[in-house]
Design a protein around this ligand. Structure first.
Ligand code: BES
Ligand code: ZN
Length: 628
């Protein structure tokens, strides 16, 4: 080799090496700023999905209303990463036997120590080849997810009823499973029930009873276990639109069909906003009043409280909310309960967009203002760290995170972003967000990365995301929503407060939301018999609207007017198990120095409540002091 050739060779070699180094640096760089990996551990599940993960469930259960037990098996197809064990979550279950494979070879299993809220890990010994794990088990009558209702607690009073509530970590009390929102499975089920009853699930559903009492279900789309749900009762089916229908007890079917007549239109509006509905059907089951929530977004079949049947379609935002979860929550799911705001904040924002599309901006603004009032009230009573969007629920029940922070601060965060970029870009962003992450789970960190890339950097807007997500309270740049309708209400309230009189007020065209705003503004000091006179004039204590009743009873208790209407309050608290109504009323009694009244009512009402509600009320009334 000649000298200059050698120089050239050395030169090339150095160049190549440098290039290589640059490449490595580039890769390292990418690793630093690249999308965060979805590896944050779910602190509310014992499962170790990276070792062995459930993919499909075949559930086979007999519902016995005499012993209040579900019994049978859960057969899982698993993804096995050369594992020697697979771990499931269980709580208060009787595990009888576990077998592996098609030929059902018995295997060793151990049940670990009980942890508060979480239950016990079920560790099953498997081989590297294991693909099927079958768990024979039964539930206990006090399974926290399951409400076994006697006929007296139903509308028809003749037949018993059952419903389950999985969110957040209760599915493990009726199915041994990897109970983390970050793990998705498909499922099939065979459910055997007494012949006079019809079972329905968050799956493909029968529309009428058969004479065997055995029913098959299929959920083809992968879902997290908290969305597996079952209801059994004397149910009838009534169609609303092509893809929408109602299940309810016979006497509630007609009123429900009237109340939710716009469901198909809502679905079309939702699709127009954020893309195709991917769950085939959207049905609603109207449950007995002990259902502890307003609604629960079980896929294909929302579970709903009968307290939204107001007779005038005024409380249907709740249906829009649960429907919106078909995108935010069910399609794109929070990876852990610390990321709960990703489910609920997006859903409240989406819910109001559906309502706006159907009933106009003024309507949506009223919902937003009432929501903001809820947010401010929660910020006042919560510890600072519980007012962050991203939560730290280590060592706590995920139920503690179910405050208006996730819902309203979450929604107002998206509204602020919409203010920055404009509605067109915001909608484009959300539509792509749902599409990109469909049937996936997302951590807050992953969301932030996606948001920066696809909205904030893309449109070069200035916004302090950390303040909203990792900081306390309500940031300064929150959207200020107002509505003419409430300005009018405010004037009426001001007049009443000044004159203790309400002569010829023009309130005949007020809707439920105006009345709610009105009631919420009432004075905390009741003078000149104002509460009584208001009640005489507007008959709030006998309102047929559950939201109006709950709001009125709350101010009544706070104003020392409760004693005048105690039978009405008692009837409401005994008849309704919806936690959102119970907590403020019992708490108001307590704070008004009337704990004993609250405890007496609770004693009578408790048998009517689901465990989700009794758990909260026990803490509030029996063990002294809770925050939410
Ligand atoms: N998914 C929730 C209910 C829930 C949350 C159950 C956390 C268990 C743990 C449901 O979508 C919901 O938010 N329901 C609200 C209605 C709504 C219009 C805000 C309710 O039940 O009040
Ligand atoms: Zn929700």
């Amino acid at each position: 080799m000649r000298f200059n050739q050698l120089i050239l060779f050395l030169f090339l070699a150095i160049l190549l090496l440098q290039c290589g180094e640059e490449k490595v640096l580039a890769i390292k760089d990418k690793m630093n700023t690249g999308p965060p990996k979805n590896i944050r551990k779910d602190i509310h599940s014992f499962a170790e999905p990276e070792v062995a993960k459930a993919k499909h469930l075949e559930l086979n259960l007999l519902a016995d209303f005499d012993t209040k037990t579900l019994s049978g098996f859960a057969l899982f197809d698993i993804e096995n990463n050369q594992a020697d064990k697979i771990i499931f979550d269980t709580r208060n279950l009787n595990i009888e036997k576990v077998t592996l494979g098609e030929n059902e070879t018995p295997t060793i299993f151990t049940i670990g120590e009980e942890k508060e809220f979480l239950g016990k890990p079920l560790e099953v010994v498997i081989t590297h080849e294991t693909q099927k794990v079958k768990i024979y088990y039964s539930t206990n009558p006090d399974a926290a997810a399951v409400d076994w209702l006697n006929p007296q607690q139903t509308a028809g009073k003749k037949h018993p009823f059952l419903f389950t509530q999985g969110q957040a970590i209760l599915t493990r009390t009726w199915i041994p499973c990897q109970d983390s929102p970050g793990i998705r499975i498909t499922y099939n089920a065979t459910i055997k029930v007494p012949k006079e009853l019809l079972p329905v699930m968050s799956a493909s559903n029968p529309t009428e009873k058969n004479n065997t009492g055995v029913y098959q279900f299929e959920m083809r789309q992968p879902i997290p276990p908290y969305l597996i749900a079952l209801a059994i009762g004397d149910l009838e089916y009534g169609e609303i639109g092509e893809r929408t229908a109602i299940y309810s007890e016979p006497s509630l079917l007609k009123p429900s069909l009237y109340e939710f007549a716009d469901m198909e239109k809502m679905l079309i509006a939702a699709e127009d906003l954020y893309g195709k509905y991917l769950w085939d059907r959207y049905d609603v089951i109207v449950l007995p009043p002990s259902f502890p929530f307003g609604g629960m977004e079980n896929p294909r079949l929302t579970f709903a409280t009968p307290t939204i049947i107001a007779g005038d379609r005024s409380l249907t935002a709740l249906i829009a909310h649960e429907m919106a979860h078909s995108w935010s929550g069910n399609l794109v799911t929070n990876a852990t309960w610390n990321d709960f705001w990703l489910n609920e904040g997006f859903t409240v924002y989406f819910e109001r967009r559906i309502m706006e599309a159907l009933y106009g901006e003024e309507y949506a603004n009223m919902l937003a203002v009432l929501g903001f009032q809820d947010l401010e009230a929660d910020v006042k009573i919560l510890d600072d760290k519980d007012t962050h969007l991203f939560l730290d629920l280590e060592g706590r029940d995920p139920d503690d995170g179910m405050t208006d922070i996730a819902y309203e601060k979450g929604a107002y965060f998206l509204m602020m972003l919409e203010d920055k970029v404009g509605r067109g870009k915001m909608d484009g962003f959300l539509k792509t967000y749902f599409d990109t992450h469909r049937f996936k789970t997302l951590t807050t960190e992953e969301f932030i990365y996606y948001l920066n890339k696809n909205l904030i950097d893309k449109y070069q807007v200035e916004v302090d995301i950390d303040e909203w997500i990792y900081g306390p309270g309500i940031p300064e740049n929150v959207t200020k929503v107002t509505t003419e309708k409430f300005v009018v209400v405010n004037k009426v309230v001001a007049f009443i407060k000044e004159n203790y009189d309400f002569g010829d007020l023009e309130v005949s065209d007020w809707t439920t939301h105006e009345w709610l705003h009105f009631i919420r503004q009432l004075p905390i000091v009741d003078e000149k018999d104002l509460m009584k006179r208001l009640d005489n004039k507007f008959n709030f204590s006998n309102s047929g609207n559950s939201e109006v009743l709950a709001a009125w009873f709350e101010v009544a208790i706070k104003n020392g007017y409760a004693n005048n209407i105690l039978p009405n309050i008692e009837e409401f608290l005994i008849g309704v198990g919806r936690r959102k109504f119970l907590t403020p009323l019992y708490r108001a009694f307590k704070e008004n120095g009337q704990l004993e009244i609250a405890q007496n009512i609770y004693k009578k009402a408790k048998p009517n409540y689901h465990s989700v509600s009794t758990q909260t009320m026990d803490k509030l009334l029996l063990k002294g002091g809770i925050k939410d």
